[in-house]
Design a protein. Structure first.
Ligand SMILES: C[S@@+](CC[C@H](N)C(=O)[O-])C[C@H]1O[C@@H](n2cnc3c(N)ncnc32)[C@H](O)[C@@H]1O
Length: 431
């Protein structure tokens, strides 16, 4: 029977525990009196003193607060950042590098084991160095004269004011201080916004997603900020569903895939690091090989479509209208067609898929349940699945395997450094 979550009961107790493993969210796991206790910032082998409210032993587990590491386990390392421990941006800086890399691969293996597909050969983990994250979404909040700009504390809405971030590329890290200063002038007191930063060819692309429109004075202040801080394009969007409006556009912003320039809409999806993108693209190209007709589903701005279109005829399908339009404007001279389509509600059918020699799909975290079912009923010889969520990837892999595909190889890619996220590429072929 699947364990149910239980509310912790009883007064808090202090207990000494030994951490046996690190769970999928990056917290160490120990067992106390039959209850699973998740303890952040610990590694296997740690002997720790923990404050915990132990409930009945029927839930997934309870959360323990680490009071002291009594004896460190063998996989401990030194955090790279002074904010580590409070900032929720990173979960695993306290792990030694080898243990961290093994844990990331284990996330993928564990998810595949749950659907009995972990016998597949694994490629080595592709790594991303510090200072390589080129796209990030931060939150800001103004209270009085002060602005907090950074990431939320773990499991909390409280913001950590981030002065430095060793994960971000230097150009984005350097923007934190001037951005904080200008937000203290343009945000109304008590209000906040999100800042979506992307380091592109041409400069930084900055999208501010705020609670309301901005007045003329704030707009002028942001234009001056863009000039002095070297921001290439600055846009403001009233809320997550609103339309981004340009505030400053000092230089063309471009992202290139296989050398083809694409002008992304403000806040567009991009793989988190150039190194991560390169590893994903290499795995896709290596396996698609010489296939002549390829469908790229959940294509975004063409991260895979444009490299694939150097040798194949590609049909790129994507739900976001602005992304489809941006890719459509970039494809001159290539055998690349685009289609806007909601692939959750309206996946390509087995009949539509019949004309392709290979299909690549790269859905959001929820995965591509319906599209995987349609592929399972198709005759497409080769499917390459890209994913940022091992759990939905495993579910979709199981669907493909049940539809007769042989699961050939899996490529784990770590581009969300020190987080509990990992990317995967899986290769499936009709025998
Ligand atoms: C993980 S991103 C991958 C994009 C692209 N393959 C890349 O690597 O840059 C997922 C993409 O799926 C798109 N998407 C989300 N929901 C969708 C849906 N229901 N139908 C079609 N596309 C969708 C998003 O707009 C986004 O571009």
């Amino acid at each position: 029977m699947k364990p149910r979550r239980s509310k912790p009961q009883g007064p808090p107790r202090t207990v000494d525990l030994t951490i046996t493993e690190v769970g999928a969210r990056g917290d160490g796991l120990a067992v106390a009196g039959g209850t699973r206790v998740f303890v952040p910032l610990t590694v296997p082998g740690d002997r720790v003193r923990v404050r915990v409210r132990l409930g009945e032993a029927k839930g997934d587990g309870v959360r323990g607060e680490l009071l002291e590491v009594l004896e460190p386990g063998p996989g401990r390392g030194d955090p790279a950042c002074g904010h580590f421990g409070t900032c929720g941006g990173c979960t695993l800086q306290h792990m030694a590098d080898d243990a961290y890399a093994a844990w990331k691969v284990g996330l993928v293996r564990g998810a595949l084991a749950r659907v009995k597909l972990d016998e597949v050969p694994f490629a080595p983990l592709a790594r991303t160095a510090p200072a390589a994250r080129r796209r990030a979404r931060l939150a800001a909040l103004r209270r009085g004269k002060r602005v907090w700009l950074g990431f939320n504390e773990r499991l909390s809405h409280r913001l950590v004011d981030v002065a430095a971030c060793p994960v971000l590329v230097p150009r984005l890290e350097a923007l934190l201080a001037p951005l904080r200063a200008v937000l203290a002038e343009v945000l109304p007191d008590g209000q906040g916004c999100d800042a979506v930063l992307a380091d592109l060819e041409g400069g930084v692309d900055l999208l501010l997603v705020g609670p309301r429109t901005i007045d003329l004075a704030a707009r002028e202040r942001l234009v001056a900020f863009a000039e002095s801080a070297g921001v290439a394009r600055l846009s403001w969007q009233p809320d997550d569903r609103g339309t981004a409006e340009p505030v400053a556009h000092r230089a063309p912003v471009v992202v290139r895939f296989a050398g083809v320039p694409v002008v992304p809409p403000p806040g567009a999806f991009l793989q988190a690091s150039a190194a991560g993108e390169a590893a994903l693209v290499a795995a896709v190209l290596e396996n698609v090989g010489s296939a002549g007709k390829v469908a790229d589903l959940f294509a975004g701005l063409g991260t895979f479509s444009l490299p694939l279109a150097q040798t194949a005829a590609v049909h790129a399908v994507e739900g976001d209208a602005a992304a489809v339009a941006a890719l459509g404007r970039a494809v001159q001279g290539l055998r690349l067609t685009t289609e806007r389509r909601n692939l959750f509600e309206d996946p390509l059918t087995p009949k539509e898929l019949a004309r392709f020699d290979a299909v690549v799909f790269d859905p959001p975290r929820a995965g591509a349940a319906e599209q995987a079912k349609a592929l399972a009923g198709s005759k497409v010889p080769l499917v390459v699945a890209v994913s940022c969520n091992p759990a939905s990837f495993a579910r979709d892999a199981r669907t493909l395997a049940d539809g007769g595909y042989a699961f050939k190889r899996v490529y784990p890619v770590d581009q969300f450094l020190w987080s509990a996220h990992v990317e995967v590429v899986g290769v499936f072929a009709r025998p």
